[in-house]
Design a protein. Sequence first.
Length: 383
Amino acid sequence: MTKKNKLLLLLSVLAAAVGILLWSTRRAPQVPERTGSAGTNLPGAATAPQPTAAPSQPIAAESQPVLAPSAAASPKRKFADMGVLEASAIQKEIMKQDLSAIFQVMLDAGRVEHDRMKQGAIASTLAQAMREKTPSAELLAQMQQFITSPSNSNQERAQLLGVLSAARTKESVELLLRAAALLSDKDLKQIAVTSVGRVGGLWGDGTFHEELSPPLERAWRESQEQELLIFVAVAMAEVGASSGVDLLVNSALVDAGSDEVRARAAKGALAYATMLNPNAVPPLATLLASQPPGSAGSRLASDTLAAMGIPAAAKSLVNWLQNADESTASLARDYVARSHTTAQLKAWESALNSTVPFRSEKNREAIRAGLAERKAGIKHETP
């Protein structure tokens, strides 16, 4: 495969994965309580992952591994020739099947029906179904084998990686991490690694899922692959579990001299990831309160909280400024002038109330000046 073709494959699959994610979250259904777990293990730094272990509780076995088109599959009218309602009705019927059957339908759409549009739509259906139905250990092992087997096309293997990224469940994250460790094909490995970075943040129903953090945290501790660590850090930050954020904070500060790779990845994630989970605030607020103004730890915490923009983060910054001395005034003015959410503006405006105590009135005046600058649209340089 030429370099040009490899690049086209990577770009097309990444675009498809994003499309799957958008399609799967568009419907935003109510997600029922998930029961059971596949109990899979994560890749370690030195040893290859073992096959998926059987769950501690019996789970009804799903259909046999997908190796060839099902006997029932037959060429049908293309999805492109259907109306939206007709195609949606077909997806709804497929959604009622078990996960193995949906996986088979997705493959048949491409292999038998040669309908790429339908295959993409069923990939979206499979991603959504993985959130609502607990996959069996057999299916997870089957998916892992499918991804790592060169007997399957790179396009199909990459599409399944996109499904796992869009599903954003504990099981799918574990499979992505394992694929990133096991894949020998450089293009597919790159897709698996970058897909890890897209599993954090909100689901389409507006909820966070902190059960994704433990496998990401294990990968953070065990992996020695620099690029994977970058994307794991982003995912941990966007999941926003306190344990994951605390791990990133410690790596950014404590490991700066001993593990520069993790330190850089952690700092980058805290600076640029979209962090919206309120549970990410406590470890940052604790760090901010324990560090002297102007220190590396203080600046890391305050910058991250200011970038979050959510009510809990804004309140934490106001509390900090109430108890800080006047040395933080210039920084406060900058944060206020650069506010980007309504929650931040409300927090700053409430701090102007004379009943709110400040150790240094210069900090209150800095907030007032920052609000005036923002209102006037004046650019304020970072101190």
